[in-house]
Ligand binder design. Structure first.
Ligand SMILES: Cc1cc2nc3c(=O)[nH]c(=O)nc-3n(C[C@H](O)[C@H](O)[C@H](O)COP(=O)(O)OP(=O)(O)OC[C@H]3O[C@@H](n4cnc5c(N)ncnc54)[C@H](O)[C@@H]3O)c2cc1C
Length: 278
C-alpha cells in the first residue's frame, strides 16, 4: 500500500525554529512545518520525533495549544536519541508523526478547580493545560500548580512559573528535593506542598505527571483528602514504537499507552499502578 500524507506511520519533515536551554540537560525546541503540517493538538498529547539516522522517540507537546504556527517540545537528554534531539540546531530537520494519544480532560473539567501536580520533566506535558486554563480562566475555578524538581538547577520554566503565579485565580507553589547551601526556596518532595493546599475536593479535577513513584504518593494523598478517583488523572510513560496501537510495545495490562493514554483516569489504572515493574 502506498504511504499517503495522512498515514500515521509516515513522518513529515519539520524544521527546528529555535532551541533554548531550560536546565543543564533539558532543552525546549520549537519546530515549524516545512509542508503545511498541522499544529493543532490537545494538551497532554505527544508526537513521535524522528532524529534522522539516530531514531524515533515519543515526546509530549509542551507549547501553547492556542499558538498556531509551531509545535514546542521540552526534552531531557537521558540517552542516545534525546541527546541527538537536543543537539539539533535552528534550520535542522526533524521528522514528526502525530499528535497521538488521549490528553488531559480540559473540556470535562470546565467549571471546576484545576489542580496540577508535576514532578521534574512532568511539568512539560502539563504546560499546555496552564496556557489553556489561563487563557480561558472564566471557564474554570481556581488553577493550582504544585511543582517539585530535584534541585534548584533542575527547575523548568523558571520565569514562567513566576509569571503564571501573577495571573488572577492562579496559585503556583514549587519545591526542590535538595536545596543546597544558600537556597532560600522550599525544600522537600512535592507532597510536602500539600500542607499549603486548600483543596475543594468535590469541585476539583487533578492532573498529575511525574515519576511513577511520585504519582503513587500524590494519588494516595489526594484520595485521602477526599478527591474522587474519577476526578484524578495521571500521565503514564512506557517505551513505545508505532504510537498507534499496532505493535504492542507499550501494552500495559489491557491498555495500549499510546492510544488509550498516555493520560488515564486513576480509576481505570489503579490496580496496575500498584503492581511495580509492570
Ligand atoms: C508518551 C510519552 C511522552 C514523553 N514525553 C517526554 C517529554 O516531553 N520530554 C522528555 O524529555 N521525555 C519524554 N518522554 C520520554 C522519552 O521518550 C525518553 O526519555 C526517550 O525515549 C529516551 O530515549 P533515549 O534514546 O534518549 O534514551 P535510552 O538510551 O533509550 O534510555 C536512557 C535512559 O532513560 C530510560 N528511559 C527510556 N525511555 C523512557 C521512558 N519512556 N520513560 C522513562 N524512562 C525511559 C531508560 O531506561 C534509560 O535508563 C516521553 C515518553 C512517552 C512514552
Amino acid at each position: 500500500m502506498p504511504l499517503s500524507r495522512s498515514d500515521p506511520m509516515l513522518p513529515q519533515c519539520w524544521t527546528v525554529r529555535s532551541i533554548s536551554k531550560e536546565t543543564p540537560n533539558t532543552f525546549t525546541l520549537a519546530l515549524e512545518s516545512t509542508g503545511g503540517g498541522d499544529t493543532a493538538f490537545q494538551p497532554g498529547q505527544f508526537s513521535m520525533l524522528w532524529v534522522f539516522g539516530v531514531g524515533e522517540l515519543p515526546i509530549s507537546i509542551s507549547g501553547d495549544p492556542g499558538n498556531a504556527g509551531s509545535l514546542t517540545y521540552t526534552v531531557r537528554s537521558v540517552g542516545h536519541a534525546t541527546h541527538a534531539l537536543v543537539s539539533r540546531r535552528p534550520g535542522d530537520a526533524v521528522g514528526v508523526r502525530g499528535p497521538f494519544g488521549v490528553g488531559w480532560p480540559v473540556e470535562g473539567a470546565k467549571g471546576r478547580d484545576i489542580l496540577l501536580v508535576a514532578g521534574g520533566i512532568g511539568l512539560a506535558p502539563l504546560r499546555p493545560v496552564i496556557y489553556h486554563v489561563q487563557r480561558h480562566i472564566d471557564w474554570y475555578g481556581k488553577l493550582i500548580v504544585l511543582y517539585g524538581a530535584r534541585s534548584p538547577r533542575d527547575v523548568l520554566f523558571r520565569r514562567e512559573l513566576t509569571a503564571w503565579a501573577r495571573h488572577p485565580g492562579t496559585q503556583v507553589l514549587s519545591t526542590v528535593d535538595y536545596g543546597g547551601v544558600g537556597w532560600r526556596g522550599r525544600a522537600g518532595v512535592v507532597t510536602s506542598l500539600f500542607k499549603f493546599l486548600r483543596l475543594r475536593p468535590t469541585q476539583t479535577t487533578a492532573m498529575v505527571c511525574g515519576p511513577e513513584i511520585m504519582m503513587r504518593f500524590v494519588s494516595r494523598e489526594l484520595l485521602a483528602r477526599g478527591l474522587a478517583a474519577e476526578d484524578l488523572y495521571l500521565s503514564i510513560e512506557r517505551n513505545m514504537k508505532c504510537a498507534v496501537g499496532f505493535c504492542g510495545h507499550c501494552q500495559w495490562g489491557p491498555h495500549f499507552i499510546c492510544k488509550d493514554g498516555p493520560v488515564f483516569p486513576y480509576r481505570r489504572i489503579a490496580q496496575l499502578l500498584d503492581r511495580y515493574e509492570l
